[in-house]
Write a protein that binds this ligand. Structure first.
Ligand code: ADP
Ligand code: MG
Length: 683
């Protein structure tokens, strides 16, 4: 790799001017490497087929002979050129729009290859591309790549430039996968694979090329996360928490319940990591209501008792408030101080808080993401607890490290997933699983009803709040328009206020200020509000044990995991709880979601079904999951490849040779370029 394609600007390719180079920047193409890895998203098939095998509406290429006299019609500024053709023995009409100059070329018996859309009913084809066999340009019989283009970059131009790039630099494309892997899967070389993806000889070859590059992408992803973990395990510069068992026990004993066996097991896993000089990076997953928060509290308590500070990062201000309240209560007997830092804490209050954090007068801070960034400094940060959405990437960890902290990190996930899946996609973390819920929990009964039974649902509401309980009513989610969402919530709120004049009905939605939301939530916590009409802002983590009824309107519009989360807002206390899904699903998937919900209230089972219904790609969502997006690979479609790559990487990293042998040098430099090996994380 003496001459790195990554260091060569695209304008070195013949035909790319400085101006074109700038236009390519908009597509993320800066270097020759970028260009060669700018893969087509599909191919146009210019391989001739028989008319008899083409279905109505297909786009196809076929070889034909001109047999009729071309007819040109004009209308407005436009024109239509039609001509009778024959393919073997099948006569049909070929039509060109606005290309009258083709007429002279359509001489009798001349052979032509045309591509276009076949209209069976009219026995005609609308030509989008054509080539005369006696004067070919080479497209015929090929698969032509189709790239994502726009602006001044045209399809034919980028095809030409990528071809040119392959000619000039294709030989310099370095191999990166180890020989053993290439042999194992019978992969083609990297340079051949890349060339093939752009210019496949045939479908099979194209697929072979793609297969190799998809594997490579997923392999490198796995290498990155697993190497990060391996290297981190070897790092002995994490925080060593010295808290002893007796001290921890004091806290656990002060809780109003006994820990479940699962909680005890995970507690040990966390404490073990905390006491070691390794830098903990642990994912804690468990079903809703399995008691993750308590373990977060144990970890925060343990860090404070070891002389450090702790931070708890959550996605919303409502949750921050809630945790603030519950931690304050739990830690009160132990003289541990807790502060709140969110977007609505400002001015003097904020200044004071930051100062006491920096001076070490505040033990624990609860807040949203801004917490560990910008102008926030700690005296000694020992533990960060966060949720999946705020999962620390490699980069954020190095931000912390640059501030001089090397805290243990505990990430909690509200969406439990099967363990194998977890270690595959969250490969840089150790995984702890809370497999059981606290005993004595009353189960949640789930009903699915059609909207015409709404009256009975309202009677159930009346019964629950009449007995001193509380209820949620979740409004339909209208994805295209937050405004409509809010309107919906407002309307439902008015209806409910009329239906339950003797009770207080609250309203919560995303357009309210954080202060307004807090006010409403506080009133709900203290049972000043009995029925809370809300959009999904209450989704994650809200804990009001007196609430026993969750009603979800148009439930089929929500994903399974989200429904399960919402359902998890009830059944948190001693009282029997209910979840009512109001829905009249039009789609099979919608109906399956409803039955999955009524079948089971086990979160792992729910997520397994969700995975089945949606595939891993959708399941993890796009941006917010913090998972990488791949150029060619796809979490859903290529999940098996991802698993293979995971196992291969694990094997590879077990070998001491990985860090020395020249066969692995390209992989090591990849890790270096990703700052995982010897980069700023290693110094
Ligand atoms: P989640 O895993 O959804 O975050 P929480 O930590 O909010 O669950 O716990 C749900 C409820 O269960 C809380 O009210 C909490 O106090 C209670 N809880 C947690 N652990 C136990 C336990 N071992 N026994 C009884 N109740 C528990
Ligand atoms: Mg540690």
């Amino acid at each position: 790799m003496e001459l790195s394609l990554d260091a060569i600007e695209v304008k070195q390719i013949n035909g790319v001017s400085a101006q074109k180079q700038n236009e390519l920047h908009a597509f993320g193409v800066f270097t020759v490497k970028d260009l060669l890895e700018y893969y087509p998203f599909r191919y146009d098939d210019f391989r001739p087929r028989q008319l008899s095998e083409i279905k109505h509406g297909d786009k196809a290429t076929l070889v034909a002979k001109v047999i009729g006299v071309p007819v040109l019609q004009r209308f407005g500024g436009k024109s239509r050129l039609s001509c009778k053709m024959v393919d073997g023995s099948w006569m049909f009409t070929a039509t060109w729009f606005n290309q009258q100059y083709v007429r002279e070329q359509l001489t009798a018996q001349r052979e032509i290859v045309i591509t276009g859309k076949w209209d069976q009913k009219r026995n005609a084809i609308t030509v989008t591309d054509y080539e005369f066999t006696d004067r070919g340009e080479g497209k015929i019989g090929t698969l032509q790549p189709v790239y994502s283009v726009g602006g001044k970059i045209t399809q034919s131009w980028i095809r030409k430039i990528i071809n040119q790039g392959l000619q000039q630099y294709g030989e310099l494309i370095p191999e990166i996968l180890p020989h053993s892997i290439i042999r194992k899967y019978d992969f083609m070389s990297r340079k051949r694979a890349i060339a093939t993806i752009h210019r496949p000889e045939d479908t099979r070859e194209g697929q072979q090329g793609r297969r190799r590059m998809v594997y490579e992408e997923l392999f490198l992803f796995q290498l990155k996360v697993q190497a990060f973990r391996v290297l981190n395990r070897g790092r002995m510069d994490g925080v060593v928490h010295t808290v002893d068992n007796a001290t921890v026990r004091q806290f656990v004993r002060s809780l109003p319940f006994e820990l479940t066996d699962a909680q005890k097991r995970v507690e040990l896993e966390i404490l073990h990591d905390m006491r070691s000089p390794y830098c903990m990076n642990r994912l804690l997953q468990g079903d809703v209501g399995s008691g993750k928060t308590v373990l977060a509290a144990v970890a925060l308590y343990a860090t404070v008792k070891s002389g450090f500070q702790g931070a708890l990062m959550v996605p919303t201000e409502i949750l921050a408030e809630q945790h603030m309240r519950s931690l304050t209560k739990m830690f009160e007997p132990f003289a541990i101080t807790v502060g709140l830092l969110t977007g609505s804490v400002s001015g003097r209050k904020r200044k004071d808080l930051l100062a006491s954090l920096q001076m070490g007068m505040l033990d624990i801070v609860v807040g949203t993401h801004a917490l560990i960034q910008e102008d926030v400094f700690f005296r000694g940060l020992g533990m960060v607890v966060t949720d999946e959405q705020h999962r620390f990437g490699v980069n954020q960890r190095s931000v912390l490290r640059r501030k001089g902290y090397n805290p243990d990190v505990l990430t909690m996930t509200a969406t439990p997933i099967p363990r194998t899946l977890a270690i595959t996609v969250f490969g840089d973390m150790d995984v702890s699983t809370l497999s059981e819920r606290p005993k004595g929990r009353v189960p949640i009964t789930t009903y699915w009803v059609k909207p015409d039974l709404m009256e009975r649902v309202l009677r159930l509401v009346g019964r629950e709040i009449g007995q001193g309980r509380q209820a949620y009513l979740i409004c339909p989610l209208i994805e295209e328009s937050e405004k409509l969402d809010v309107q919906n919530a407002i309307d439902l709120h008015i209806q409910m206020t009329q239906a339950f004049p003797d009770y207080k009905v609250g309203l919560l939605h995303g357009r309210m200020t954080p202060g307004e939301k807090d006010g409403i939530m506080r009133a709900f916590y203290s049972n000043e509000i009995q029925l809370l009409v809300s959009t999904t802002v209450v989704e994650v983590g809200v804990d009001v044990p007196n609430a026993t009824l969750m009603i979800i309107m148009d439930a089929d519009r929500f994903g399974l995991s989200q429904l399960h989360q919402l359902r998890g807002r009830v059944g948190r206390g001693r009282h029997a709880s209910f979840c009512v899904l109001v829905a009249d699903p039009k789609s099979g998937v919608g109906r399956e979601r409803m039955t999955a919900m009524t079948d089971t209230d086990d979160g792992f089972e729910v997520s397994r079904r969700d995975l089945e219904l949606r595939g891993p790609g959708d399941f993890f969502g796009t941006k917010q999951s913090g998972l990488p997006e791949f150029r060619l690979g796809d979490m859903a479609a290529d999940f098996e490849v991802l698993e293979q790559a995971r196992d291969d990487v694990a094997e590879l990293l077990k070998e001491a040779e990985f860090w020395t042998s020249t066969d692995y040098a390209p992989l090591r430099s990849y890790l270096q370029s990703e700052q995982i090996f010897q980069g700023d994380l290693m110094d």
